[in-house]
Write a protein that binds this ligand. Sequence first.
Ligand SMILES: NC(=O)C1=CN([C@@H]2O[C@H](COP(=O)(O)OP(=O)(O)OC[C@H]3O[C@@H](n4cnc5c(N)ncnc54)[C@H](O)[C@@H]3O)[C@@H](O)[C@H]2O)C=CC1
Ligand SMILES: O=C(O)C(=O)COP(=O)(O)O
Length: 408
Amino acid sequence: MAKVSLDKSKIKFLLLEGVHQSAVDKLTAAGYTNVEYHKTALPEDELLERIKDAHFVGLRSRTQLTREVFDAAEKLIAVGCFCIGTNQVDLQAAQEKGVAVFNAPYSNTRSVAELVIAEAILLLRGIPEKNAVCHRGGWQKSAVGSFEIRGKTLGIIGYGSIGSQVSVLAESLGMKVIFSDVVTKLPLGNAEQVTQSELLSRADIVSLHVPELASTKMMIGANEIAAMKQGAILINASRGTVVDIDALAKALREERLAGAAIDVFPVEPKGPQDEFVSPLREFDNVILTPHIGGSTMEAQANIGVEVAEKLIKYSDNGTTTSSVNFPEVALSSHGNVHRLLHVHQNVPGVMSAINKVFSENNINIIGQHLQTNEKVGYVVIEVDAANSETALEKVREVEGTIRCRVLF
Ligand SMILES: NC(=O)C1=CN([C@@H]2O[C@H](COP(=O)(O)OP(=O)(O)OC[C@H]3O[C@@H](n4cnc5c(N)ncnc54)[C@H](O)[C@@H]3O)[C@@H](O)[C@H]2O)C=CC1
Ligand SMILES: O=C(O)C(=O)COP(=O)(O)O
């Protein structure tokens, strides 16, 4: 007997890193009651064990889904990143295994942008040092080194969702915004796109909003910091790999920069039990936050709903809309027909071999939806109920098949 649609209660969702309760509620309401919930990330050996029988896994920025983890996750159908960044997932390995990856590209954008603006104001006023001095019993009442942000130049590196949101908020406070990006972007309001080197030389505050990529690794090092204005401020709420922390510490020690706000680090503690180690701890003029740029109640609740909905749609009817590593197929619910979901290598001959299965076995195709990307093809074939088992058995044998399941 061919394997067919699993009963929803048997589909296991492994949710890690305390994703918001809204995700659990959404899944439960959709009939997915087999949810294993962990408040923290799991140690690697435990992750390998727990993921073995999971069909879906939900995580945030801490859990690393490496190729080894995908090898262990034999039943995995999809990954939900309950955040923006997907650098913690080996997207290539996921694709090769036919595992679709989803994220929440906009739900915490505003939270990060608000934090950046708040930090810009606090740093230009020298508040972090003054606050630290008060806590130690001192009283540093002085206007020296304190500035309004109105009229200052904000340089945004990476003008995507967060960068452009920061741009709008900054202009509404009277700042001049310049930005750099690897692609030409529509400048919002009066913002101006410039080269990175021009940005570094003109900005009073530089804020980083690029993804973690090989090309953004250490993109702000000693040379870039040296190119910044004397007394400028650096804000990084993107990824810890983007800034050379030792070079930043040196510039702060030499008072080349007036301050910094850093939310993300090359190595972040695994949990509250681990010590946070960083050369930046010694500076009162550096705002250090524990990777909480996107951690607001609003953002987390919205992310929970958004990503859970994407996973449910993929599970219920095969929709891959907005997947970060998969061809996008948008489907409505499938009524009385059975749906074969076939993920295959995008090489010549696979589709003709699939279609041959149907013609040779006299199975009528009611509907067919195909999308491909460079590496994989995703085809959804609708057939009547009586034929789906035979079709599944035969289609699974087609050369180039990565994964195939049937929904009804
Ligand atoms: N601290 C936190 O809690 C959070 C951090 N993040 C981080 O922020 C990053 C940015 O998020 P979004 O704005 O939503 O991403 P996005 O993808 O909308 O924007 C990124 C922008 O960076 C640009 N870019 C890429 N490489 C570049 C380079 N070398 N130089 C200049 N620009 C470059 C892209 O063209 C794009 O416009 C995420 O990838 C994530 O790592 C996101 C949310 C929360
Ligand atoms: O959304 C992102 O990319 C973030 O960095 C937020 O990560 P988190 O969910 O807070 O671990």
